[in-house]
Design a protein around this ligand. Structure first.
Ligand code: PLP
Length: 368
């Protein structure tokens, strides 16, 4: 068993475990595609909506044609292009509260007022969502329905239906971001929002957590006209996506590495999830948290703000993210206080021993 003593434990980044990155398989796939029949065309400008075989493959997975799929340089980049097209300064964008910090920043950078709707253990509070919509209909609502970053929450089937019903009734887009959905370690998946209403839903996802983040292969699935406009914007912005990486992803599937790699990821991560759940129950028994069935994150909302938590944690060799980054504006001004009490704990890149030690240190710092 690995000994964990005084070394630093970094609970800050939702990144894959470095030992899970399949460098040898990617190298094989890259070599095969560069030496294959498309070897030169993937080194040339082109394929502005992404490498066509990959658009087709993703289209098959989502039951749509290739022209409803845009593959670009990571999903955050696609989100940026999408928001550049949809948001006008002063628009309201709704998110879950808390939500992915970089998404909040991306929307704000385009001039949006970003309002977070409190996230419960089965999705957002629907009453408060309706109240926010009644104040001003958003351009879109951004949600991470599966194993949410940062909270680890999965939206229930009933709340998914409620979200698409509201989007239809009030006429706004739902942007569902699902990079963790496939990393389910137990239980059954609820439907995608797009399965409930494809006309109102734009789905964004990525291979960052399933193969490698640095390949920068993310994608968006949406209505044909919207995707067509986005392809034009993507062309104007980046000229051409990273085609060799996209072709390597196709090859990764063709060689059946995707399924075996996914199985190895689950095998590595599932015990890490168990370890964090167990550690929280043991060391912080009075702090409730949503127990996820997959993904990268568990988070806790401490009952009271713990002054200088980050600095005091650091003194014990525990590195935490500032919880306030995950909070947008709120309907009632509670975001700041909640952010101070919120601790995100990404567990995939730490061993079970490090997780146990990290949570123990967290508990000790809180009790000081
Ligand atoms: C919810 C969510 N969306 C998007 C991203 C960005 O992913 P990508 O590497 O595809 O840009 C992340 C990365 O952590 C994420 O957690």
């Amino acid at each position: 068993m690995q000994q964990v003593g005084s070394e630093q434990i970094v609970f800050t980044r939702g990144v894959p475990a470095v030992e899970a990155l399949p460098n040898a398989l990617i190298s094989e796939c890259m070599q095969a595609v560069l030496e294959g029949p498309d070897g030169r065309s993937i080194l040339q400008y082109g394929h502005n909506g992404g490498y066509l075989p990959l658009r087709r493959l993703i289209g098959e997975q989502y039951g749509v044609e290739a022209d409803q799929v845009l593959v670009g340089n990571g999903s955050l980049h696609l989100q940026d292009i999408l928001t550049g097209m949809l948001i006008k300064p002063g628009d309201v964008i709704l998110t879950e509260q808390p939500s992915y910090d970089r998404a909040i920043k991306t929307f704000r950078r385009r001039g949006a007022k970003v309002i977070g709707i409190p996230l419960e253990h089965d999705g957002v509070n629907l009453e408060l969502l309706e109240e926010a919509i009644a104040r001003k209909v958003p351009t879109f609502m951004y949600v991470i329905p599966d194993f949410q970053n940062p909270a680890g929450v999965t939206t229930s089937a009933a709340k998914r239906q409620a979200l698409v019903d509201l989007a239809e009734r009030y006429g706004f887009w739902l942007v569902e971001d699902v990079p963790y959905r496939t990393l389910r370690y137990s239980g059954e998946a609820a439907p995608l929002l797009r399965d409930l209403n494809p006309k109102r839903v734009i789905t964004v996802s990525s291979y960052s957590k399933l193969i490698s983040p640095a390949l920068r292969v993310g994608y968006l699935v949406g209505p044909r006209d919207l995707v067509k406009q986005l392809v034009g914007l993507a062309e104007d912005t980046i000229l051409c996506p990273v085609l060799p990486a996209q072709a390597a992803v196709v090859e990764f599937h063709k060689r059946d590495y995707f399924a075996s790699n996914l199985a190895s990821l689950k095998q590595l991560y599932a015990p890490r999830l168990q370890a964090i759940v167990q550690a929280l129950k043991t060391h912080l028994p009075d702090v409730p948290f949503a127990e996820p069935e997959g993904g990268f994150f568990v988070s806790v909302m401490l009952p009271t703000a713990s002054p200088n938590l980050l600095a005091r944690a650091k003194e014990t060799g525990l590195v935490l993210t500032d919880g306030r980054a995950f909070f947008a504006d709120s309907l009632d001004g509670s975001g700041e206080d909640q952010g101070e009490r919120f601790v995100r704990l990404p567990f995939c890149a730490l061993t079970p021993e490090e997780i146990e030690e990290g949570v123990k240190r967290l508990a000790a710092v809180i009790e000081q």
